[in-house]
Design a binder for this molecule. Sequence first.
Ligand SMILES: [Zn+2]
Length: 476
Amino acid sequence: MKLRLLLAALLLGELVWLYDARFGLPEPMAPIWAWLRQADPGAPTVVFVVLDTVRADHTSLCGYGRPNTPFLESLVAEGASFSCHTYAPGSWTLPSHASFFTGRSVPEHGVHFVLPTDEDRKVFEGTGFYTRPLDDRLPTLAEDFAGRGYQTVSVSANPLIGPDTGLTRGFQVAEVENSRGWKVVRTVQHLLRWRVDRERPLFLFVNLVDAHEPWEPVPDGLDWVEPRSAIGWGGPWSPFGLDDLFPWMYPRDDTFDRFVRGELSPQEAGPWLAHVTDVYDHGVLQADRAVERLVHSLRAHGWADDGLRLVITSDHGEHLGEHGLGDHGRFAHEPVIRIPLVVWDSAGPVALPEPLAGTSVFHLVRDGRLPEVAEDVVSYAFPDVMWDKVYGRGGRPQIGVIGDGEKLLWEAGAVSRVDLVADPTGVQSVPHDGSVPHPLDATLERAVQRMSEASTVGGGLTDDMVQRLREIGYVD
Ligand SMILES: [Zn+2]
């Protein structure tokens, strides 16, 4: 009898736990936690959220036709500042996060694709890419906050924000929560309850990967999406890990490979891209819901009582068929570099000019305001020789420079011009040979100079590497 009672109690506890986590109802203990908190009014809680892989033009915040960011819009209705023309510093997770955390451009911090040498191979094994970790000498946001007496907590659903890459330096608590949505928020709630001192101010970083491939299914559909199965760039998958357990049930398909190589017919590509776009847009909604749960929980637990600065952005977007591409990481095209930004600060609104450099996010998080001198709006995509080997694309460096509705796209020395007002996804461009001066010429020149000097940061270049870089048009 006692055993049954014990089992029933355990089951009840588990059900309450799941219900609380899933539906985020007010927790009975929340007022007690809030009462225990006695923060310094001069030190607001600072929360920095990266919605991994969210492109600005696929959010209803930025005018997209599908209502997939209702919470971000509600923050704006409350008085939050926002920008739909913020440009990611880099074209994938590592370079952009390294810029957010250091305030440096991608060539300056050196966390980007490098050539596969023996020296870098160990880093490759750690992250799955040929790249370097963040240079120990560069100070980080988390170190800055820690130096000011803050407790620094990172919860990342993207495993690249971990110790191997140097990006968790300065965080006193750093966890990788390899899951999505509410489970990540649940981990944050747990850490804030049991691992932090409630009398000290808090800097919290959260990365949510709901919009990153592979995407979860939409089993019942929504008003704007028909029921869809789980899919990634590698084909169907199981969010329950069944693809790992029974790989023969989920064989990798080569649709993505054929598409990027230009071998997929429009008849095949159309329905496939429609499926991908549906689950991607739904992933953005899931990320928005997770942020809603996170913010409600922080407020319920008193973390906003003495001031809250909330900065929400993305690290890069995603190709959804534009330029004959899927995925992100090797290109500075608009779908990959234009990201949304929302800033809610109890100290008051912040004027955000457009376009805005993604490196400014560092200052917005650290100081609650932009740097005094406006930064160049530049996105860098370093060449990925491994991708080039497989697809014959992505092996040439790109730089995007943006200003006044125009963009200059530099690719291994060739420059084209894009009218972003007429062509917001930047799929049409005209050559810009420099014979007619352009207002962005000087900015581009600075960016190219920085990129060409980049490889001396964080490791140094051998003669052999210089020769190989020359071959792919990376240095003169
Ligand atoms: Zn990312």
